[in-house]
Design a protein around this ligand. Sequence first.
Ligand code: AHR
Length: 499
Amino acid sequence: MMRARLTIDPATAIGPVRRRTFGSFVEHLGRAVYTGVYEPDHPESDEDGFRRDVLDLVRELGVSTVRYPGGNFVSGYRWEDGVGPREERPSRLDLAWHSLEPNQFGTDEFMAWAKKAGIEPMMAVNLGTRGILEAVDLVEYCNVARGSHGAERRIANGFVEPHRVRMWCLGNELDGPWQIGHKTAAEYGRIAAETARAMRMIDPDLELVACGSSGRDMPTFGEWERVVLSEAHEQVDMISAHAYYWEKESGLQELLVSAEDMDRFIAEVGAVIDAVAAGTKSTKEIGISFDEWNVWYIDRDPSRPPTGDDWPVAPRLLEDNYSVADAVVVGNLLISLLRNTDRVWSANQAQLVNVIAPIMTEPGGPAWTQTTFHPFALTSHHARGDVLRVAVDAPTIETFRFGPVPALDAVATWSADSASLFVVNRHTTGGITASIEVPGGCLLGDAVTLSHHDPNWKASTTEDSRSVVRANESAHLTGTTLTIELPPVSWTMVVLTPP
Ligand code: AHR
């Protein structure tokens, strides 16, 4: 066993735990919507066709916000196709995922589902193939109480109360050459600024997110943010960041330190935000909306869309099956997002159901949870109050991308009645005994660890993921020193009651 020392000190507060850190994402992609959240023929479904078993798991996951309807899908979407009588809605080719979109679930269904799930909707408008007017029409449809064409149309469709959507993404990944309507930073910055201005003429309280880079490795990263913010700084509140991690040829150890990349990405976007603000002498603060993040085995077969004449409805796409190691990475990415709470004002794990998701379903069959469900659910339910920086003195591991990095990574949260430590051991083989200094008078509550003797272990429809999270019986508190054993490739949460 190697040894490490950590210190939890309430004087190291970075900022508040933001509920919006625990957002998720439902895109019209694969089976996220159809046979995911919506399956009218399923025996578990309610009167709206929403799967009750999925709704229960979404609540258990502790999701705060859900981004909708895309993703790449939104750049070819006509939102009008998805409202009104279902029998009149057209089926359209979804070019992003080479599928057929039947439009049986649209904006109103999503809002009804969001209400039942108890989440805040975060909508995206299509700035790939459409423009200011269609975006404004959607805001009018959603948020105007009555009297206008859009508002009366919503009321006629059975939704008398406005949906009151506050958070809006101004398009999706328009820096990406794969995006329908891909733009240069200057082209996008102009349309984003003008769309934002027009949307705010309807509702000045909207919170608007400009597209940042779809990855830190994009050739335009940095310059894209600079140009977009130079155009739209005064019109938007946040700029987005997207990051996906998967095990490459460099191996498991490299995947396990992915949060190092996320930390650097956030710091770099933050630096550009500050540089633009300094250049324009603006006092307006801009945050980061990390509105797509996850482990995603992007180059494997489940991520290949259909081709040719095959345009299926809700095909099995991006249905990655996650290992214990993947779940440890997800837990570590959440540690990074919390640690950066001063910069990251909102975040969305991509995605929620079936598509690179913590929740899986079988059509007509059960819903089940992946390993990645647990670090998300436990962090969301136990992170309260302020985020604290945790000092870590741990053995290091050598990595290709970042040189030596600490084997442990941790963050803590602190409120009047509860404190929590979230810590990962990213070493592939070595267990670590951690001695953690905590403020005097703390009481030890639950300590749980997610790990498995085989880090490649995965859950399935028949093998439940819950067995990978167990009470960590090694935890004990003597005076102000908490001692705990952290197995290799593990994620741990320790709950304390503050004095
Ligand atoms: O989440 C899957 C896809 O990843 C989204 O549609 C797109 O925005 C990103 O490239």
